[in-house]
Design a protein around this ligand. Sequence first.
Ligand code: USQ
Length: 395
Amino acid sequence: MSILILGGDGYLGWPTAMHFSSRGHDVTVVDNYFRRNACTELDTGMLYPVPTLIERAKIWHEKTGKEIKVVIGDLSEPEFMRSLFTGNFNYQWAVNNTFTGIPETIIHYAEQPSAPYSVMDYKHADITLINNLRVTNNLVWAVRDYSPETHIIKLGTMGVYGTPNIDIEEGWLEVEHKGRKDKFLFPRQASSLYHTTKIMDTDLEWFGVRMWDLRITDLMQGPVYGIETEESLIDDRLKTLFNYDEIFGTIVNRFIVQSIVGYPLTVYGQGGQTRGYLNIKDTLQCIEASQKHPAKKGELKIYNQIMETFTANELAELTQKVGNKLDFNVQIDHIENPRKEAEEHYYNPAYQGLQDIGVTPHLLDEASMEKMFKVVEQHKNNIRKDVIFKGVKWG
Ligand code: USQ
């Protein structure tokens, strides 16, 4: 299969590219280095330096003999997006420089993914809104115009649902009103501007599905943790980028880094915030299962992409237990919550759909966390305490 990955340089994009390439697919990655540039601009620090996308593709080729074609460009430019379908673009790196043709599957990660980034100030709010909506709109229109049979898999987020006081279904809700019934997108009420763009891009997709019979899968993912995937073990330089700062780092990755440098774990507020979590290895499984079970023409499939739920307190306690076992003296701190979010709430999301199509969860336990500690510890000297908490406020 020919697979195009938009946002192929990111935390999930690069591991996804290697995952499909190693399974024999013809993979092209596109990226504009947004994430790296934003990390430089905001001085976030990273756990270790990561080779450029071109260098990574070359290393992948040297080590496996397989090719991941690289295109560098800004997908919020409509003509650039459209060129990926007509062949009117240049590969920045490829063994075989001929256009692979219209992709059968497109995996869309090319969005600004950080909630704190999106609420920092107007400038960053605007970048998030313009990038995320334009890229999705450009994609939907390009597929409509050039390849309506292509299956789009877009990464969504569990955060679109917020924390409602009812059970969260997988994307859809059947509503009975005054004696009549219909099915609608589950009510959405996002907790950041970033999450709001994810609501809006689902709406753009849903429009494309209803108007033009597009085939789209939207994966409502929770916060991801982890570093290693099967393919990154081939060469250390193939490891995905790893943020532990407040803007781009997610909670589990952050807590492990904090434990290793003796920084008290930054539980926001009371710590009763519950979210659905998953290992990066399971992100790859979920994307692959979605690719193997594509949406039909005129169908928007939605899955909740999480494997288990935890409160922030439970994650802190687990991290402390594992950290102390490894002789780190882990302290837990409850700091004033910079976010506007419920700290105690009902949370009962459905998430069986992906397991029904073959995903086998890697659950978070002491053993899996201990492995992450060991990898992070190797890079201990790179950890900068000053980027762990800067206090970007929602209010
Ligand atoms: N939290 C803490 N302490 C920290 C960091 C986070 O208590 O040091 C809490 C937050 O208040 C929040 C929860 O942990 O309640 C998760 O926060 P996070 O920073 O790990 O993740 P979040 O900002 O929600 O965003 C991440 C990804 C985003 C994805 C989202 C899925 O960055 O791309 O969409 O997870 S979800 O959270 O389900 O919306």
